[in-house]
Design a binder for this molecule. Sequence first.
Ligand code: BV8
Length: 258
Amino acid sequence: MVESIAAALRDQVRQAAAHPGGLAVLTGAGMTAESGVPTFRDAMTGLWARFDPAELASERGFRAHPARVWQWYAGRRDGVRRAEPNAGHRALADFAARHPGVLTVITQNVDDLHQRAGNADTIRLHGELLRDRWFEPCPRSSTVGPPCDPATARAGEPPACADCGNLVRPAVVWFGESLPAAAFEAAERAVDACRLLLVVGTSGAVWPAAGLAARARRAGAVVAIVNPHDSEIDEQAHHLIRDTAARALPALLGGVPT
Ligand code: BV8
């Protein structure tokens, strides 16, 4: 990271740290690359290379090939469970502990590495890879009471309800599905309120999450992008940090006086 940019940004971090909600961080799959979890598009390698991620991560794809989609997610779940938070995740958690009420972490990622590092209140825009839900609404919930628990489903790829055959799916937001309204509204409030937005490890290709950088800039925040490569939202950045999450975040967030 160019030292002059780092110094300017560290000063921005120090100023942001003086205000509640002063710092917001939007993360993407690049955040987990140094934990050994392939980025979203890198995940389409090997036997998955011939599939389109937007196809696999969609209701249409699941309806057409439930076993294939379930196996893709099962492999990703195994990878996340084997992974550990990296120095970037830990830098965010350490900052939050040292500066209560200043940092909001907003993630597009569906893993649990921010939470395992210590940012339990991370805003999750695209759901949770490690949690299951029903593919169709449970018919019981509209008649006799609470819905069945997906954990009781009959084993299979995917598991299915022994009573009505409803399939189990991962509790993630698929392409073509709306983001959880409460989560996206919380993310919009966070970027409206922040003094500095760090955008870390995202190609900026997926909407509406990608629009949060422009929203922050319109609201008057300084926007900095941390990514070793170009992204589709680079023009929204005041600063481009061509570095990785696990290197840049400790350098930017460490040692900020409380
Ligand atoms: C919706 C869960 C309303 C599933 C995911 C406006 C314009 C165009 C299209 C649209 C639009 N609005 C809506 C759309 C359609 C669509 C969309 O955005 N399509 C794109 C592909 C064009 N959006 C939606 O469908 C969204 N829903 O808008 O609802 C609606 C309703 C009906 C009909 C229409 C609209 C829902 C989107 C959510 C999809 N679900 N995840 C799953 O994971 O299986 S998104 C998925 O992509 C992941 O969550 C991932 O996080 C996310 C974004 O990708 P990135 O995180 O950026 O990852 P990527 O691999 O692309 O990039 C990694 C980056 O890291 C790279 O830049 C790399 O250089 C960098 N990097 C690598 N190593 C490092 C690093 N950086 C730092 N350090 C490193 N070490």
